[in-house]
Design a protein around this ligand. Structure first.
Ligand code: ZN
Length: 298
């Protein structure tokens, strides 16, 4: 627990926004093509229709070649065109740190090996909804982002502010709001009225959405951090409150990139930890999470 002045403000859970995990990705097929009759089957347009029909009735071809190409452009598409913004090589490298354990990973049966991480070949875009932020809150968020970027080697890119509010089940692809790319990580100040998960003494929530392309490892495509504005405003009134609020944001961002809780209270990833800077275990885990695989197929 982060305990400035004896209050117990920091208890963070990590409900993930991963509404759709493995297997759901290719389960949906577009609606059956409308049947056309009579005169609409004339001339050049018919050629395209015939090709589509051939693909449709050759399910393997359709699934493997046609569907991935057209899926992002279908109404209610659930994913952008693959590889948006992806470079050929990682944009950065994690720092070399001593690894003596002391960390655990989200979404991983083997606590020592991350199964899901962000694609290091593309930036982690993020946007902030500043509404309700306590004084200085924006600066503390930027400092926390810089800390996680340095500890992972992932490149974080600020996308400015947004009016999007947090959600228990946030859509990872919102082309109307963010264009044809995965939605950026959302960092929002909120309260329990807007997000019931902030009820009680929870001051922060963080997590990400994993997705998988066939035959490739899972990667996180977006995430969100929700910060309890009233609770953290009270923390800021304490002498070392800023350090504790910054630590809360770092803790939630560490969830976003894939760290889970540990039992060791000297680590930042203790669910109610009192430390205000990353410890050895946190740093070792974050370095591993910065060395994920590039998956331009997503
Ligand atoms: Zn936590």
């Amino acid at each position: 627990m982060h305990q400035p002045g004896g209050v117990t403000p920091h208890r963070s859970a990590s409900p993930r926004t991963r509404d759709e995990r493995a297997g759901r990705r290719s389960a949906r097929r577009p609606a059956v093509l409308p049947r056309r009759r009579g005169r609409t089957w004339r001339g050049a347009p018919a050629v395209g229709v015939v090709v589509l029909l051939m693909l449709w009735f050759t399910p393997g071809l359709f699934q493997d070649y046609a569907l991935p190409v057209i899926r992002p452009y279908l109404p209610n598409a659930s994913a952008p065109p693959p590889g948006v913004g992806a470079a050929r090589a990682p944009l950065g490298a994690p720092p070399v740190v001593e690894d003596a354990g002391g960390y655990r990973f989200m979404d991983s049966p083997d606590p020592g090996q991350p199964m899901v991480a962000y694609d290091p070949c593309r930036p982690v875009h993020y946007v902030v909804r500043p509404d309700g932020a306590p004084p200085g809150g924006g600066q503390l968020v930027e400092e926390a982002v810089a800390e996680i970027a340095a500890a992972t080697g992932l490149r974080f890119v600020a996308g400015g502010t947004t009016t999007e509010g947090p959600a228990e089940q946030r859509a990872p692809y919102q082309p109307d709001r963010y264009g044809r790319q995965w939605a950026p990580v959302l960092i929002a100040w909120a309260d329990e009225t807007e997000l019931p998960g902030l009820a009680g003494n929870v001051v922060g929530l963080g997590g990400s959405t994993p997705r998988q392309a066939p035959g490739r490892p899972f990667v996180y495509v977006t995430g969100q951090v929700v910060l309890d504005a009233p609770g953290l405003a009270r923390v800021l009134e304490h002498p070392d409150g800023a350090a504790h609020v910054r630590a809360t944001v770092v803790h939630e961002l560490a969830h976003v990139v894939g760290l889970a809780h540990v039992d060791d209270p000297t680590q930042m990833m203790h669910p109610a930890g009192g430390v205000t800077s990353l410890s050895a275990g946190d740093r070792a885990g974050l370095a591993k999470l910065g060395a994920g695989q590039c998956v331009p197929q997503l």
